[in-house]
Ligand binder design. Structure first.
Ligand SMILES: Cc1ncc(COP(=O)(O)O)c(C=O)c1O
Length: 398
């Protein structure tokens, strides 16, 4: 039976003053839902459609059966934090203190949110680079702050460091950095990190570095982590995701690396946000990392093969494929076929070609005219092959 609210309450609910009035359901959710409804192939939302390592499934099941079903420690299971420290030593030759510098969070999303709440206060500002991952600005606004959105410059989505310098003022507290970059598919260079360090030097400004695609870099490129930049690392909250590195976006385990003073502040938010995250997956991931400490080393080749498969199959389609240096994605430039209205073209691909993609304009505060869509390549080869066949056939009809 439907719940009936008294008339006065109904009116009050109706008048609710939203803190995020312009935020609706994200484009990712909308596209996935419509792809399901229309039976389209989903190259939209960034999640793999192939199974995870069955050993990880066994370890999660085993951990639950062994009783790891009550609250985990607030900062994360120690065994997992120790494995994370080991992994950081293996991948970046870094020594990170598992007691004071690592916090396990509910995916990278929680680490990003906690960082922003820990740093930004009412009236303060964070700088983000457009196109920007969609969770950044709402988190800044919920903290009472303002997100200053600076566009990356075409071609190649380059940083305009003079614009960053000009945007900095006494209210600026945080730079929201992301590399490898979703959705630009670029990877920051050491020069970019040096430039970032230059512009914030001498200011009370911190960095949230979203590095969830740390292991999805192509063509032999080493990921330039902010953690490897001693000056930036002192001021940075660096965010990672086991969802991405274990092909298991639903496992919702991420972590944040920050110096002890910043970690203390991050944990104050984490403690009253999620308190701690699911216990069994943490135990399972720790055991998986102990058993297979090198599994992540296979990721660049695994994803590069998928990127190349898509690029090769679309080479003669008439679409242009901008360079992709990293991430789960490949951009698709449709300027040869239609005016630069990415939302309209994504709709056509969905309804006429049966392929769901993601337009780039939702990643912008003020979107320019964009002839570009984002394809997710983290899909099984058969899905990629079927989708590119549909894209080729559609292009031939245009
Ligand atoms: C750039 C970026 N940051 C953060 C996230 C969120 O990561 P998680 O699923 O671990 O919360 C994503 C997920 O797609 C992402 O692409």
């Amino acid at each position: 039976m439907a719940l009936r609210w008294p008339r006065r309450t109904r009116k009050r609910i109706h008048m609710f003053r939203s803190k995020l009035p312009d935020v609706g359901t994200t484009i990712f959710t909308v596209m996935s839902r419509r792809a399901r409804e229309l039976g389209a192939l989903n190259l939209g939302q960034g999640f793999p459609d192939y199974p995870i390592d069955s050993r990880l499934t066994e370890l999660v099941t085993e951990a639950m059966a062994q009783g790891f079903n009550q609250y985990a420690p607030m900062e994360g299971v120690l065994e997992l934090r120790q494995q994370i420290a080991r992994k950081l030593s293996a991948s970046y030759e870094l020594t990170v203190n598992s007691e004071t510098e690592i916090t396990v969070t509910l995916g990278a999303t929680e680490a990003i949110y906690d960082t922003i709440q820990a740093v930004i206060g009412p009236g303060e500002e964070a700088i983000a680079f457009d196109p920007a991952y969609d969770s950044y600005e709402p988190a800044v606004r919920l903290a009472g702050g303002r997100c200053i959105r600076l566009p990356l410059i075409p071609p190649g989505f380059r940083y305009d460091w003079d614009a960053v310098k000009a945007a900095i003022n006494p209210r600026t507290r945080l730079v929201l950095f992301n590399s490898p970059h979703n959705p630009a598919c670029t990877a920051a260079s050491v020069e970019d990190l040096n430039a970032l360090a230059d512009v914030i030097r001498g200011h009370d400004i911190y960095v949230m570095s979203d590095e969830v695609y740390e292991h999805v870099t192509y063509d032999g490129r080493a990921h330039a982590s902010v953690l490897k930049h001693p000056e930036l690392a002192e001021k940075a909250f660096v965010v990672f995701s086991f969802g991405k590195t274990m092909h298991a976006t639903g496992i919702r385990v991420g972590y944040c690396i920050a110096p002890p003073e910043l970690t203390r502040e991050l944990r104050k938010v984490h403690q009253f946000n999620t308190f701690s995250i699911a216990h069994a997956p943490q135990v399972a991931i720790a055991r998986y990392l102990a058993e297979k400490p090198d599994a992540w080393r296979a990721l660049p080749a695994f994803f590069q093969a998928k990127r190349d498969r898509v690029r090769t199959a679309l080479a003669k389609s008439g679409f242009t494929l901008p360079p992709a240096q990293g991430t789960y994605f490949q951009l698709l430039d449709f300027s040869a076929f239609a005016p630069p209205d990415d939302v309209a073209f994504a709709e056509r691909l969905l309804t006429e070609a049966g392929v769901a993609t993601i337009p780039l304009s939702p990643f912008y505060a003020a979107p320019p005219a964009l002839p570009v869509l984002r394809l997710c390549i983290a899909k099984q080869d058969s899905t990629l092959d079927a989708a590119v066949q549909r894209l080729n056939e559609f292009a031939a009809r245009l």
